[in-house]
Design a protein. Sequence first.
Length: 253
Amino acid sequence: MGEVLVGTAIFACLAGASLVSLMVHERFPAHHLRDDTSAVVRLAANLFVVMSSLMLGLMINSAKNTFESINGNVHTFATEIILLDRTLRHYGPEADSARQSLAAYVQRVVDTSTADSDTTVVPNRLSELLLYQVGDILAGLTPADAKQTAAQQAATQQLQKLIEQRWILAEQSEGAIPAPLIVLLVAWLTLIFASFGFRAPHNGTVVFTCLVSGALAAAAAVYLIIDMDSPFSGPIQVSPTPLQRALAELTTQ
């Protein structure tokens, strides 16, 4: 929801800048409306257009890479869960309580992801307790033979990798694009749209172009960047399907 509000605010800012400049430029003194003044304004606007285009391209690429990286890590996280469950099954019935705690953890992740468009892969106290409970149960097991000893050691290592992967996802969930960079980009775009109204004719085509073709497209691009840079919130999210498949594997007897 926050990303939508930010996108709407950016659209209002850009559209307002162009419309205000359309309304006030006729009130400028005559020497401010000469051709040489317009040429300087265009040159300055072209400079901002080039810098904004470069920054938009770099930011879209960064947001795309962040989204793809986290999506891949979620698949890896789900795979680690399934492998840990398989190892616990291999240990024997004595590890069933550990499997139940693991299943409860994954169930909470899936339920929360579906319920409020967020994921408890990101640190959450109750989820953390469920995951560490698996480790406590593993530590309390007493292997009866070499097979169970090997399974216990493998499960302990897999659980450690699972916890590490969870914290990697937690760190990545905050996004990689600094907020001041977004603010700077919006400021540049605002100056560009303000320059559109300088000496522009007052008609519906110009207004429509500024509002739809210009402000809406630019605001949508910035919104896309912000949303993809936060893959665990907003309309564009990393799919919980890998975790749902992992849960189905854990609950299959």
